[in-house]
Write a protein that binds this ligand. Sequence first.
Ligand SMILES: C[S@@+](CC[C@H](N)C(=O)[O-])C[C@H]1O[C@@H](n2cnc3c(N)ncnc32)[C@H](O)[C@@H]1O
Length: 205
Amino acid sequence: MIKNLLELEITEHSPPLEISRSFDQQGPLEIEVGCGKGRFLLSRASSVPERNFLGLEYAKAYFATIARRACAKNLSNVRVAKAEAYEFFETFLPDQSLSGFHLLYPDPWPKKRHHKRRLIRDDFLWELRRTLRRDAVINIATDHRAYFDWMCEHFNHWKATFVLETKIVSERKDLLKLTGRTNYEIKYIEEGRPLHFITGYRTGF
Ligand SMILES: C[S@@+](CC[C@H](N)C(=O)[O-])C[C@H]1O[C@@H](n2cnc3c(N)ncnc32)[C@H](O)[C@@H]1O
């Protein structure tokens, strides 16, 4: 019952998605790709209640946990959809429909023959440019140095469009100061892995 209230069944929608109809309130929309068990999604939804939040996730098995936690926190501004992120952006999202994009600890696909599966690639960045509004926030983190370098290089092709700062936290004492926003982030902090952050916003170009 709770689960049905939270899950956005994209097969029941014809594109482009009229996303505001899926939420109780009108408001800016932020998306988190690969939201896992929803720790970050729910925490951000709770701190910015006037915004709506959509988590995209392949793994539907997490949805019951997210729904239970959303219910416990009394959050009505969160939805989740079982979808592949690139296909979802390309098929369902109208131009300039997003005010935020979050991608925390995405699968790094380390083998060269799998690099084409990385989400941050030229065709996805084209979609990000199309769907993000001016001033929309961008929030990315990875523990994987090679994927971080790859992402920086790909965003560099769009310097006028995405204004980004990068930060690497590698000292144990600095890692321990981090809050641990997602399950993977908590695990990596405990393991003492260097973490890489890319944050910023979309310009009007
Ligand atoms: C490494 S986990 C990180 C989960 C969470 N963000 C965290 O930090 O705890 C990556 C998650 O992204 C999901 N995922 C990977 N690629 C995806 C894609 N293209 N579209 C939607 N979900 C994806 C996976 O199912 C998995 O749950």
